[in-house]
Ligand binder design. Structure first.
Ligand SMILES: Cc1cc2nc3c(=O)[nH]c(=O)nc-3n(C[C@H](O)[C@H](O)[C@H](O)COP(=O)(O)OP(=O)(O)OC[C@H]3O[C@@H](n4cnc5c(N)ncnc54)[C@H](O)[C@@H]3O)c2cc1C
Length: 284
């Protein structure tokens, strides 16, 4: 079993995750920068209920910001509410998020807030909105599988939010969320159209070729400050092609040792065996 998980870790770590250390994230980011792409670096870890784990995450992000500046790479970072203390108290999460944003602003690093389960959306948006009021350099992820996201995007866009639109890697009840990929994709298209008509700056984060093509058509008509983002190791060739065509492209690069939950979500999305093998072994 140990051998099996070691092999899986090496395969997954090599393909989706930069490696265990900040230095691995920086090395991978330099390579990504050389392709004209901006990495979004995420320190793996979520659902922390221990203050020690939360403090480690905060300290790691502060060190990461300093390493980004020292190595002169162009990179954003992305945080999770549940790794910054939301499971302990909303105040702890807000305080830690605010501390990291302040440090990132001092060093000119853009800070994304990932979106987790449906129960976390209110606290995540409320922390984000508070930071947005105090300055720029912050963005938030919104998921099209949630029925509330249309209304969230409308109010966030009015306050000048920078939105990263995804389909959503979580699931929820029929009352709160679309249950099929088809409905989630249809809502993704609706939300994307809204962003092109009403938002100033946003990121289309998907590997779905249909959604990327639709975004390119909409951009030809609206000429917005739009970016495209993909997860490391899934559609890298397509990301490189988009960057070569002159688009702003970002690749989400996780690092750290807590790779299991992240990898489980990616394996679930690569819903058939050939996709799993392609995604893990290469050919992205
Ligand atoms: C930059 C970025 C940031 C993200 N941040 C968040 C977040 O904060 N919160 C959140 O809930 N979700 C986040 N996600 C994940 C997102 O919600 C989706 O779960 C994920 O992107 C898969 O959806 P898709 O849009 O690619 O469409 P899908 O319909 O799932 O996939 C479209 C096609 O992409 C390919 N593909 C997708 N996933 C895989 C895979 N794992 N292996 C191989 N091929 C694959 C397949 O060809 C598939 O047919 C993020 C995604 C990106 C790209």
């Amino acid at each position: 079993m140990m051998v099996c998980s070691g092999i899986l870790e090496r395969l997954v770590a090599g393909r989706w995750i930069a490696g265990p250390f900040i230095a691995d994230a920086i090395t991978r980011s330099k390579r990504i920068n050389s392709l004209g792409i901006r990495p979004i670096i995420n320190y793996l870890g979520e659902e922390f209920s221990s203050e020690t784990d939360v403090n480690d995450a905060v300290a790691t992000y502060i060190k990461l910001i300093s390493e980004i500046r020292k190595s002169r790479i162009k990179a954003d970072i992305s945080l999770k509410a549940s790794q910054l203390g939301l499971r302990i108290s909303e105040g702890m999460f807000m305080g830690n998020y605010s501390r990291i944003v302040a440090e990132a602003r001092r060093n000119n690093v853009f800070v994304w807030l990932d979106m987790e389960s449906a129960a976390d959306v209110d606290a995540t948006i409320s922390a984000y909105t508070a930071q947005l009021k105090s300055g720029d350099g912050v963005g938030i992820c919104i998921q099209s599988y949630l029925k509330r996201s249309g209304s969230d995007i409308r109010s966030l866009s009015k306050s000048g939010a920078v939105i990263r639109l995804v389909k959503g890697a979580y699931s929820s009840t029929r009352r709160l969320a679309y249950q099929s990929r088809l409905e989630t994709t249809a809502n993704y298209a609706r939300l994307m159209k809204y962003l092109f008509s009403h938002a100033k700056e946003f990121v289309i984060a998907t590997h779905d070729p249909g959604m990327v093509s639709m975004a390119q058509r909409l951009n030809a008509a609206h000429r917005k400050h739009v970016g495209y983002a993909m997860l490391n190791g899934i559609s890298n060739k397509r990301a490189i092609k988009l960057a070569r065509e002159g688009n702003h492209v970002e690749i989400y690069v996780p690092f750290g040792t807590r790779w299991l939950s992240y990898s489980y979500r990616r394996l679930k999305e690569a819903s058939n065996l050939s996709l799993v093998l392609r995604s893990v072994l290469g050919g992205g």
